[in-house]
Design a protein around this ligand. Structure first.
Ligand code: ADP
Ligand code: MG
Length: 356
């Protein structure tokens, strides 16, 4: 008898000797091991940020390459730092002419406008001139004068982004669009779609903090994402469980600079042109739509807790976890159902807000 046969026979006898439960357990273990063999991971840099992928699939490596290509395709359309992107061309033609946009750019501009209206202007795709005035675009930070901001505020109205028959037009010279608060979320939806099309049933990826979990982990448990502690980059406040969902966090601590002892961060209140000071340190959204999660994490951060909760009650379709300057972690009831709070050791307190 050759070795293979001996092995097969002894395996068979193991199965014969063991009971039904053990057999099922052994089969389960073999299945899990098989899935672990199919675990593929990769890290890349795109859209100005770090992206990580974990894909459970026998063709995982090739599928991740396809995902990266899709992201680069979108980056080449949407990025303000890519010279001939749709958005760069659109911005260069501000006040001059309407230009044809690729269908992805059209969809995103339209979604940006619609979600802007829905959030009562708190999400603003035309905020770029103000973001630039604060130096966040070129990373040459400084506090603009009130006169500068007063001149720029009228140039940051999304109503002046005109979309018509596949074209886009910025009505005023000096206007500019920046999709930094929505493009990664949109890309995460497109990547999730692509992975599912390729037969992936288990994966998690993060496009610069825009996390999307497909299916569950190989062991059948939901994917877990740490909720960042906004006061300590090496710590977390709890674990969020997701299944076919996105989760995105925005916070003033993620990008900021200091001038004369004061901190200025990158999320701008479109009403004032100043970094939003809403009493929130951080907003996390959980939603089936990565794009909405991206937009809402920014918009609800600007709104502040009270208005954000009103918005959640009025709209739904997503859940949220807030961290306030007072050290409170506040979860909507749907978020509470998939969140394990672990912030007590850091003096955070926890409460749940119900819809009714
Ligand atoms: P990040 O993309 O840095 O993770 P966000 O998703 O919160 O963070 O988006 C913030 C980015 O969006 C900023 O860097 C800026 O380019 C842009 N932005 C800032 N304020 C707003 C706003 N009120 N509405 C839309 N975009 C904004
Ligand atoms: Mg965002």
């Amino acid at each position: 008898m050759n070795l293979k046969k001996i092995l097969a026979l002894s395996l068979a006898s193991v199965f014969l000797l063991t009971g039904c439960a053990e057999r099922r357990e052994a089969a389960q273990q073999m299945l899990e091991n098989k899935k672990m063999e199919n675990r593929h991971e990769a890290t890349t840099f795109a859209m100005d940020t770090i992206m990580t992928f974990t894909v459970i699939h026998e063709d995982g490596d090739e599928i991740i390459i396809d995902a990266e290509q899709e992201i680069r395709r979108l980056e080449n359309l949407l990025s303000v730092t890519v010279e001939n992107s749709d958005i760069s061309r659109l911005n260069a033609a501000a006040g001059k002419e309407a230009l044809d946009m690729h269908v992805d750019t059209q969809v995103l501009l339209q979604a940006g406008k619609t979600l802007g209206e829905k959030t009562n202007g708190m999400f603003d795709i035309a905020i770029s001139p103000i973001v630039k005035a604060w130096g966040f675009t070129e990373e040459e930070h400084h506090v603009p004068t009130q006169a500068e901001l007063d001149a720029l505020l009228p140039l940051s109205d999304p109503a002046d982004v005109i979309l018509k028959e596949g074209t886009a037009y910025l009505q005023k010279e000096g206007m500019a669009v920046d999709l930094g608060g929505i493009a990664k979320g949109y890309a995460s939806d497109k990547v999730a779609e692509l992975l599912k099309e390729k037969g992936v049933e288990s994966a998690i990826f993060s496009l610069g903090g825009n996390v999307y979990g497909i299916g569950t982990k190989p062991d059948g448990e939901k994917w877990e994402v740490a909720l960042a502690n906004p006061l300590d980059a090496n710590d977390y406040c709890g674990l969020i469980s997701i299944e076919n969902q996105a989760t995105v966090t925005s916070g003033g601590y993620q990008r900021y600079f200091e001038e004369n002892g004061k901190k200025y961060h990158h999320i701008i209140d479109p009403a004032t042109g100043y970094p939003a000071e809403s009493g929130l340190l951080q907003v996390t959204i959980i939603s089936e739509s990565g794009m909405e999660a991206d937009v809402y994490s920014t918009a609800l951060y600007v709104m502040g807790l009270e208005k954000a909760l009103e918005f959640w009650k009025a709209n739904g379709g997503f859940e949220a976890i807030f961290v306030t300057e007072a050290g409170e972690v506040i979860a909507t009831e749907g978020a509470d159902a998939c969140f394990e709070f672990e912030g007590r050791d850091n003096d955070f307190t926890y409460r749940v807000v119900k819809r009714g």
